[in-house]
Design a protein around this ligand. Structure first.
Ligand code: 13P
Length: 341
């Protein structure tokens, strides 16, 4: 029996559980492994992802779904168990990154267009067969004095909507991810500019989603928070939360079941503090949770260091961040809880 899109979407965001974004491309995971002087091979990538997916207690309690890279969707743990089975056994849903990356956009210097639409219908059928029940596509919007341009926002929003339609046709819930970069170049914009750009981007995205007849009940939005550039961080936790909530209320229809933020280069604790503030004191029409990559994994990679004897330490680090973000999704995270670990 095929599940309904809206039921899968709710499962992805309900109960203050969130998504583990473990869909680093081969090039990106290499950068992460470089920080611990580990060579990226099919085996080291497998060992690392196995560490995460076998953090059983955290996976069961705090993680609703895992975004995988194609290699991992079809990969097996060291003992031969498919990763998809391990994820499902923990009560979590396997998902898949389906875009093929943000490429330089012709005639738009400094901006990118995300690729991957050609052949997507056929790939989605294969991913569904392999167990994926949701997908992710990331459009990237850079901020500078002159950027973003309308042309780039429009093209990326259009691609997001075309991707979302193909996903829904394939009974796969699309995560629609328009990321407004905080850590791009020059990274010196203030939070007011982030607010304006994020508002316009989300308006454009939802306009495209409407024009392409996307069923809002069967999708998840993965936005960036409204936050100042990485080289100009000044805004308080409260200000980030207030401006983020304001923009989301102005642009995201309440028919969308859930919003799952990306961390985008925020520190681990910032990403958690902001999510908790967003979930405190506002009455919101959506489930609001996390879909973090770096903010869930940085500590785990460091604690593991690529060494067998450190697997348990890596798992403890991952479990801790997952628990903190679960509390943040309930609005009940406190700074003191970080010290306890
Ligand atoms: P970060 O949380 O590290 O930004 O990654 C989330 C993600 O999936 C980006 O596409």
């Amino acid at each position: 029996m095929s599940e309904r899109l809206e039921d899968i979407a709710v499962k992805m965001v309900a109960g203050a559980r969130g998504l583990l974004a473990a869909d680093e491309s081969t090039a990106t995971i290499k950068k992460r492994f470089d920080t611990i002087d580990l060579v990226s091979t099919e085996e080291s990538r497998r060992d690392y992802r196995e560490l995460l997916f076998r953090t059983d207690d955290a996976m069961k309690k705090y993680i609703s779904g895992v975004i995988l890279y194609e290699e991992t969707l079809f990969q097996k743990a060291a003992d031969g168990t498919p990763f998809v089975d391990i994820i499902r056994a923990a009560g979590s849903i396997p998902g898949i990154k389906v875009d093929t990356g943000a490429k330089p956009m012709t005639y738009f210097p400094g901006e990118t267009i995300t690729e991957g639409l050609d052949g997507l219908r056929e790939r989605l059928a294969k991913y569904y067969e392999a167990g994926a029940r949701f997908a992710k596509w990331r459009g990237v919007i850079a901020i500078s004095d002159k950027l973003p341009t309308y042309g780039s926002i429009k093209a990326n929003a259009h691609a997001l909507a075309r991707y979302a339609a193909l996903c829904q046709e394939a009974k796969i819930v699309p995560i629609v991810e328009p990321e407004v970069l905080m850590d791009g170049e020059p990274g010196t914009h203030d939070i007011a500019r982030s607010e304006d750009v994020t508002r316009f981007v989300l308006q454009t995205v939802f306009q495209e989603l409407a024009e392409q007849r996307i069923q809002l009940e069967g999708m998840i939005l993965k936005p960036s928070m409204v936050i100042d550039g990485k080289k100009a961080r000044k805004a308080s936790v409260e200000e980030v939360a207030e401006r983020t909530v304001k923009v989301l209320r102005q642009t995201v229809p309440s028919a969308v079941p859930g919003i799952a933020f990306l961390s985008g280069g925020q520190s681990n604790e910032e990403a958690t503090a902001h999510l908790s503030a967003i979930n405190t004191g506002f009455s919101l029409p959506w489930h609001v949770t996390f879909s973090y990559g770096r903010a869930l994994q940085d500590m785990a990679i460091k604690a593991w260091g690529g060494k067998k004897e450190n697997v348990a330490a890596g798992q403890r680090a991952f479990a801790h961040r997952a628990e903190m973000n679960h509390l943040a999704a309930k609005g009940s995270w406190k700074k003191e809880l970080e010290k306890a670990a």
